[in-house]
Design a protein around this ligand. Sequence first.
Ligand code: 4AD
Length: 571
Amino acid sequence: MASIYIDETAGSDETGKGTQEQPYQTLAFALYSHSDALLLIRKDPNSEYEEPTQSALKKAKKGADGIEKKRKKAEELAERDAQQKKEERERREKVLEESKKIVLEEDSSLPAATKSKIVNLAELRGKRVRVSGWVHRLRDQKGIIFIVLRDGTGYLQCVLSGLTAQTYSALTLTIESTVELVGTLQPVPEGKTAPGGHELSVDFWQVLGAAPGGDDAFTNRLNEKSDPSILADLRHLVLRGETASAVLKLRAALLNAFRDALVSHDLIEVTPPCLVQTQVEGGATLFKLDYYGQPTFLTQSSQLYLETCLPALGDVFCVQESFRAENSHTRRHLSEYTHLEAELAFIKFEDLMDHIESIICETVDRLLANPRTAALIQQLNPGFTAPVRPFMRLSYVDAIKWLNEHSIQHEAEDAEGNVIKNDDGTSKMVDHVVGDDIAEAAERRMTDILGCPIFLHGFPAELKAFYMKKVPGAGADGHVFTESCDLLMPGVGEIVGGSMRISDMDELFAAYKREGIDPSPYYWFTDQRKYGTCEHGGYGLGVERFLAWLANRYTVRECSLYPRWPGRATP
Ligand code: 4AD
């Protein structure tokens, strides 16, 4: 007779096998599973296996009967469940089969329907209208189908009832399918809400392109819990969401508002090239490519080209993609970003900062004055208010003092630029000194503590690009400062970088030399100093950074249609 082992402490009825190595836990279970075996039981691994007493066996018998009863009941339940499912399936198949017989036809005796985008429906209340779009949301409530339709211009609640809700298409409709719906636009019933305050009572409709259901259904490919890398791969589907599309709508309005503000200040828009053979912001961040056998770069900034437009067109601006080969994975760096740049002639440094402040405030005012864009801002950034003018102006030297007074330090580095460690492995932190590049973390903390837009100005020349105009005379500790400014915004940090430019030819040649730049490919830029130079300045604004501030987005990646960052150039 086979022996079956039970260990009341170390055994398990779920994973045990009744062997010495894997004993069961209860006598009842052992009896239930092996009624004619020799049962051997022990209290715990420290005691010996023994045959159970008669009274223990009697008790276990009752337990085994209980287990058998439970098993039978579970089996019955499973059978009943399977039967119910089968009946439900058959019922659905029958309903679906029947539904195929229902053929909807548009009633030609009804008033002709006006084709409209959702955004223009308010004027068509009470009328028969025709709308097309994507099924954004779908709900079946006791045979009445509610669709929230999306056409890019807005959302519309549509109600399918009676025969319109009984067709095969209605019963198999899926989210993200495209549909055409015809019906009467009615105000929503008292006490109910819907986008626009109205809903479409549908009398005729058809599916134009069915989206898959089941495993491949939209909501199975993408939902709130999806991993960031999946969201990045499926950016084309993410864009259909309410938040992502609202950000892009606001972006479009923002670019329009910027253009309106700039044009009202007599700037004219130009479109500089993306393929260039000169650097602006340092060779380290250039994307290089082969251009018919010649080394060429993707532009870092259109500034130098804008400078050439001043004598031809007066003050100019552009909205152009800039490219930076920075291996930065921060939430404010992209490899390709939309760069709004402007250049102004015959100005002083103060005029430049006044102009930047005006353009930003007038752009925000324009957005808030339009109810549609104001609603987008409120949706994405509830409680947003326009920044207060004038913006704070803080010199670089004062900022260094401020950081030290507020004990905001930076990591110490050795001569090779390696971070110096303390004995406990943490980074050694030190105070800032004039000449330090204020790092992103320190800059962000300062901006967030001050909590308002800040013009940080007068950076040391050695930290800045070759073209920047110097403040006359050497400053503190022999440093040479520049007429440069960064505009910092709470939550994001630097959104604008600008400066006055070198206007003197000799100074420009000295700058080329200092930076090790060969002047020959810059001949067209140098000519600007030769044929009628002028005092001038300009700036570049990162559109995604500005939008991240305006729409309170965590990262600039949310503010770009198809963001690119190191390692990512799809979709
Ligand atoms: O400060 P930057 O490098 O300045 C220039 O390129 C000047 N030539 C512009 C000019 O004066 N015409 O860049 C300007 C702005 C930054 O303030 C920032 O908002 C944005 O461009 N920017 C970036 N945005 C996203 N990702 C990046 N990698 C960015 N690099 C700069």
